[in-house]
Design a protein around this ligand. Sequence first.
Ligand code: F6R
Ligand code: MG
Ligand code: MG
Length: 371
Amino acid sequence: MEEKITVSIIKADVGGWPGHALVHPELMSVARKELEKVKGKLLIDYHVANCGDDLELIMTHRRGTDDEEVHRLAWETFETATKKAEELKLYGAGQDLLSDAFSGNIKGMGPGVAELEFIERRGEPIVAFLMDKTEPGAFNLPIFKMFGDPFNTIGLVIDPSAHAGFRFEVWDIYEHKRVFMDCPEEMYSLLALIGAKSRYVIKRIFPKPGGSLPDNEAVAAISTEKLYEIAGDYVGKDDPVALVRAQSGLPALGEVLEPFSFPHLVSGWMRGSHNGPIMPVAQRNAVCTRFDGPPRVVALGFQIANGRLVGPVDLFDDPGFDNARSLAKDAADYMRRHGPFEPHRLPLSEMEYTTMPKVLGKLKNRFKSVK
Ligand code: F6R
Ligand code: MG
Ligand code: MG
């Protein structure tokens, strides 16, 4: 049996610089130092990155998904980075570490997690997508396009090894349930769910049985942990990450990136309470400034060589995405002009901040029934 490789992204916001704009470079150095200590032992390789104010640990190892030691390493790295954030009085130091002590698995403790375990192919391209100022449902549209839409992914039409389509794992984050749906057979029903992106989120994609790739190894995974674990209580925005494998029976690299040529509207942005376009940017431009945004997505590409992360290539650092950025800027202007009105501001049920109970409380006695 060939030994499987695991790629894990674990991310958290442990302090912004300034406000919620960016990760301070000293936090990145602290994280690199911590991961370097276990390179060649617990980890095969790592890459530390950021998107806006989120610190992203991209790691490879042979311990499988949900491994306690890998999750502990990430947790302790975030704790050490938090100490540095406190020293620099960065904004919201330690904000995503919701617990005082690590309890065996980082899920539900604040940080987001996306992990894939698989047998490394002869050539293994993988893309790490990092988003800031939005929520996991922001991945529904682009992931659907990659793995389900023949107008995006011509491979679904003309590549015999992709022609059967893919299986989608969709989570209902309110009911804590999941369902597996096959595409294209169940495409319309699938879209009925995932179009409601604040409730139904794509968690993983699998190859169909009988194809050239093992049907039990996910080929894409999206972080949804915080939302899932605390849904029902407080559905906070959980700036998400995703891992997507590419090529040889999977969408080609360019088919994986193509959905981001359209800066679709996502929820998040200022105070996690607004709809706005998601702008694909180069790493150096992942700085959330205008109205604390607009939401950003960075794509880091790697080839994996026996677990080594060969890369990254900053995939949106390409004039090919200039029109998407330009459209995102126009859409941001257009949406901003609505000020506090929906659909720029989110519907009441989805806002992260609200003064509504107080406002209604004050007006209680002034509301009279209308005949
Ligand atoms: C959005 C976000 C920011 C903050 C905003 C207010 O996800 O993090 O837009 O919500 O800057 O932050 P506070 O309430 O901390 O002043
Ligand atoms: Mg923040
Ligand atoms: Mg963030």
